[in-house]
Design a protein around this ligand. Structure first.
Ligand code: ADP
Ligand code: MG
Length: 345
């Protein structure tokens, strides 16, 4: 009869967690099981008692529709933890949801991807909530670092690796070498700002009020960072600001393109400024290796081509851009010794 070494048995029963605490979506990966939670980073609490009523999909449905006694919000909306009590509540809700769904023999280790602009106080608050939710050991990692690892960049090598993670609330541009961040720039512009730009455009041009969710749908369907031969159109419903009644218009991809120029140019500027600030030896690596793009915003049509045209560098969109951070964090947890320098201290 063959016995398993204790450490191997331990790892078999463990359900260590990797968490991507994103401004738009929270994703949780459980070792040996895969991704078991992927929900919007939204929480709904009772105003008077701060009791959490719902988080994730359920809370998102309440956004903008709550009575005064309930607050539903995105606590990480702008990339930094704007409301960290609510962030904590949301995190605790998600972890306990994952935790209660399975029988555990050992308390899990957790690794959490956090925005690069996080303060020590906020980082500690995140760690405390994970501890309260039952973590045995907690590690944190900067989201761009996790995204780089998750997208398969060789971060351990002494070469320049550039990752551009375009999330809901922020875009983080980082240059990584030898498992450490050499340069990082974070701007508070991401997919949300693109949605808001579409809302504004439609309002100005057509006197039509549309919601941010509608704008996001348009962006995903016909949004583009560069115009190409194929034209696309989409019907959009909203409320006429003059008559007050519901109205439908047809938007073209050229109009959506026009509305997105400003947020996109801010993202491109952030990439330029990272390139300008890279140490010369690493810059020359980037010429060969190019830029890796991750995060949901990387899926905007033709954004990779635009960035490539503007920088003259090759650009790759990661295979699963929305899951890079959680995959990278999971990999770090699996090979903690190897990646310990990549962790936040
Ligand atoms: P975060 O890490 O901040 O939670 P995500 O990486 O989950 O953000 O990305 C969410 C953003 O990606 C949203 O703004 C969403 O609208 C955008 N997004 C998702 N899919 C697409 C797509 N196909 N085209 C353009 N934007 C997209
Ligand atoms: Mg993210």
């Amino acid at each position: 009869m063959k016995f398993w070494p204790a450490t191997k048995l331990f790892s078999f029963f463990s359900n260590d967690l990797a968490i991507d605490l994103g401004t738009a979506n929270t994703v949780i990966y459980v070792k040996n099981q895969g991704i078991i939670l992927d929900q919007p980073s939204v929480v709904a609490v009772k105003y008077s008692t701060n009791e959490v009523l719902a988080a994730g999909n359920k809370a998102k449905k309440m956004l903008g529709k709550t009575p005064e006694s309930i607050v539903a919000c995105r606590p990480m909306r702008d990339g930094v933890i704007a409301n960290f009590e609510l962030t904590e509540s949301m995190l605790r809700y998600f972890i306990s949801e994952v935790h209660n769904n399975r029988k555990t023999l050992v308390r899990p280790r957790m690794i959490i991807g956090v925005p690069s602009g996080i303060t020590q106080v906020e980082k500690r608050a995140v760690e405390d909530s994970a501890k309260q939710a039952g973590a045995r050991e907690i590690y944190t990692i900067m989201e761009p670092m996790a995204a780089a690892i998750g997208s398969g960049l060789p971060v351990e090598e002494p070469t320049g690796n550039m990752i551009v993670d375009i999330g809901g609330g922020t875009t983080e541009v980082a240059i990584i070498s030898l498992k450490d961040v050499v340069y990082c720039k974070s701007v508070r512009i991401g997919g949300d700002e693109m949605d808001r730009a579409i809302v504004q455009y439609v309002k100005r041009k057509y006197n039509l009020l549309i919601g941010e969710k509608t704008a996001e749908d348009i962006k995903i369907k016909i949004g583009t960072a560069m115009l190409t031969e194929e034209a696309a159109k989409e019907e959009v419903k909203g409320r006429d600001l003059i008559t007050g009644v519901p109205k439908t218009i047809t938007l073209s991809d050229a109009e959506v393109f026009e509305s997105l120029t400003e947020p996109i140019s801010i993202i491109v500027d952030a990439i330029h400024s990272a390139l300008e600030n890279a140490p010369p030896e690493l810059s020359s690596d980037l010429v060969d290796r190019g830029i890796m793009m991750a995060g949901g915003g990387a899926l905007l049509k033709n954004l990779d081509d635009l960035v490539s045209k503007e920088t003259g560098l090759p650009v790759t969109v990661a295979d699963d851009p929305l899951l890079c951070v959680v995959h990278g964090a999971g990999k770090v947890l699996d090979e903690l010794d190897f990646f310990k320098d990549a962790l936040l201290r």
